[in-house]
Design a protein around this ligand. Sequence first.
Ligand code: PEP
Ligand code: MG
Length: 325
Amino acid sequence: QKAEWEKLKSQPSVTADGKQYTVAANIGTPKDMKAVVANGAEAVGLYRTEFLYMDSDEMPTEDDQFEAYKSVLQDMNGKPVVVRTMDIGGDKHLPYMPLPQEMNPFLGYRAIRISLDRQDIFRTQLRALIRASAFGKLRIMFPMVATLDEFRQAKKIFLEEKEKLVKAGTKVSDDIQTGIMIEIPAAAVLADQFAKEVDFFSIGTNDLIQYSMAADRGNEHVSYLYQPYNPSILRLVKHTIDSAHKEGKWAGMCGEAAGDPIMVPLLLGMGLDEYSMSATSVLKVRSLMKRLDTKDMKKLADKAINEMTSNADVAEMVKKATGQE
Ligand code: PEP
Ligand code: MG
């Protein structure tokens, strides 16, 4: 197995029937790039920039951020990097930015909601990102988007900052895609409408499952409701992927489920384009894909979505069909 994985490091991610997909890695800081490169990930599918803010005693400056984003883009050598704008709130706090006390922080003031409210912080981050875009293939992603209006506001602010930098003579890429996380059920349901305006989706199953099942992802008393293969979740995922493809856009997944050996066959069957996971899972997933035929996986996914009624039944079917018992 070690020898096979070693060989796979420099190979594309291809299924048994020759279809190519992108197996990408999630990172929290530029230091994580070593493992990304060592495991041969084909992209960074999620850079959680909130760690840049959390690991600091004060608000990181535009230049601090620029250096961090630039170094990640350069390490990828022209391969795509999806950078997610600050996802603070919920259980993530900044010592130097007090947030309101809330009854339900996961349903409260967080992520894009803070960014649109505190535009000083958001514009600084966007400027750092746009400046860094000259050094690689940047995609900007907004977290916790619930409505089309939020995306439109965020995109408008992005375009304003880009325009200012271009006018000032700063070198910027003219190919910066902007997309959203699909992690709130309302956005998944309206994915067909979002798909007309975004460049891409990345499905965040950690939160999408939490919000769909109304079960706190960190609460052990309700952890049985964390059900990635529940047909309700699979239907939201499929609708998201189909909606993207209908508009010629791409869809990825960057929640834990993207690297899960039971979920990967189903996602292949639904035609997901990019699978983003911890760097240490990349070769395992690439190796699994090599054994799977997308036509068979499509039948499997259709059956899971249309005929199955529970997480457990789907898991059992996929295990059997893919020899993972
Ligand atoms: C997710 O919600 O699935 C996700 C990838 O984002 P995070 O885990 O950072 O909330
Ligand atoms: Mg999330």
